[in-house]
Design a protein around this ligand. Structure first.
Ligand code: BGC
Length: 348
């Protein structure tokens, strides 16, 4: 009994131990099973989350690649059409005495430092408008008022430069225009230049302020003269020449002080280079001249006929290559660049 009861006792205890081990193993296995199945559940839920998130990631990626114009690579902008769809033809011009520069500024928010580029296409030409000026603020205001929207409708990249003659010496329109050409080229490589009187306002936006293969005269007619060309060789008021055409003729003469003759001199230079002046149709090349009395300091140049007689002899050394001046200031106003310049006085 002694050995048997001992053995039976041991076997019973062993059974308990085995049962305990088995139950613990079962628990451990269940725990393990739960652990194992728990992981895939987590993975699944993570995958689900990833699947849900994925489109937004793609969206993010897509937004950073499909809208490069807002990020860093600008969209290739197409060239502006040959004929701007914004043109209106004959215009109703207004010359309100109440007009202020700030009104014109707020009407032309797209213009910065006198410069404008069409927002949705690449302009066909980059054009500098050069306006010689002295004490004609009202005329300048009316011209800016009409010219900015006019040029914008033509979808041009343009810059307006006003060249002010400092001091009281006799006015010299031609030399101021030479200065304007030289100074504007320091800002940008303009390919076309419009030499523009301050008192002439274009009446029809089909009169395009662009350069042609030949020098272009834009004023066929104006209100004050019954819209008739003043004379066959008239080349005054508003003219357009490419950078190269103007360089070829050595620009304007610097020697015409006072009113008249400098535009005829430029025509002679153009003809000497075997270039031909072209004009837009008469019904388009129409201008309103804002009334004014002759300015003091711009008296008729009585010497102009004599000067004209020697153009063919002197044009090579009188022009852009001999234009000496001192720049007094360059001010970048919202609607134009104002260049004040000391161009000296007539040599007597
Ligand atoms: C002058 C020009 C002027 C034209 C029209 C001519 O006699 O020489 O400078 O533009 O008249 O007024």
């Amino acid at each position: 009994m002694g050995l048997c009861s001992l053995l039976c006792k041991f076997t019973r205890r062993a059974k308990y131990v085995i049962l305990l081990v088995l139950s613990l193993s079962l628990l451990a296995w269940i725990a393990m099973f739960l652990g194992e199945t728990g992981k895939p559940l987590l993975v699944l839920s993570a995958t689900a989350q990833t699947l849900i998130k994925e489109p937004s990631l793609r969206e993010k990626l897509a937004s950073s690649t499909s809208t490069p114009d807002h990020v860093n690579t600008p969209l290739p902008i197409v060239e502006c059409p040959q004929k701007s769809p914004l043109l209106r033809g004959a215009l109703n011009l207004s010359f309100e005495s109440s007009l202020k520069l700030t009104d014109v500024e707020s009407e032309n928010k797209g213009v910065t430092d006198g410069e404008y580029k069409p927002p949705d296409c690449t302009a066909r030409q980059s054009v500098a408008i050069l306006i010689p000026h002295r004490k004609r603020e009202r005329h300048l205001l009316y011209l800016l008022h009409h010219l900015h929207p006019f040029l914008q409708r033509q979808q041009l990249h343009y810059g307006i430069y006003v060249i002010q003659q400092a001091g009281d010496a006799t006015f010299n329109r031609a030399k101021l225009l030479n200065v304007g050409y030289l100074e504007a080229l320091k800002d940008y490589s303009w390919e076309c230049f419009i030499f523009h009187d301050v008192d002439l306002v274009p009446e029809n936006d089909h009169n395009l302020y662009v350069c042609d293969k030949q020098p272009k005269h834009l004023v066929v007619g104006r209100n004050a003269t019954g819209y008739k060309l003043r004379y066959k060789g008239y080349f005054g008021g508003v003219t357009a020449m490419t950078k190269a055409q103007f360089l070829k003729v050595n620009g304007f003469s610097n020697t015409y002080w006072g009113w008249g003759g400098e535009d005829d001199d430029l025509r002679v230079r153009v003809e000497l280079q075997k270039m031909k002046i072209v004009r837009p149709p008469a019904h388009v090349a129409r201008y309103t001249m804002v009334f004014h009395k002759r300015d003091s300091g711009n008296e008729i140049n009585k010497d102009r006929m004599r000067l004209l007689g020697r153009t063919s002899l002197v044009w090579r050394k009188d022009g852009l290559n001999s234009c000496s001046y001192k720049t007094v200031s360059v001010e970048r106003f919202p609607l134009y660049v104002n260049i004040t310049v000391d161009i000296g006085k007539p040599q007597r």
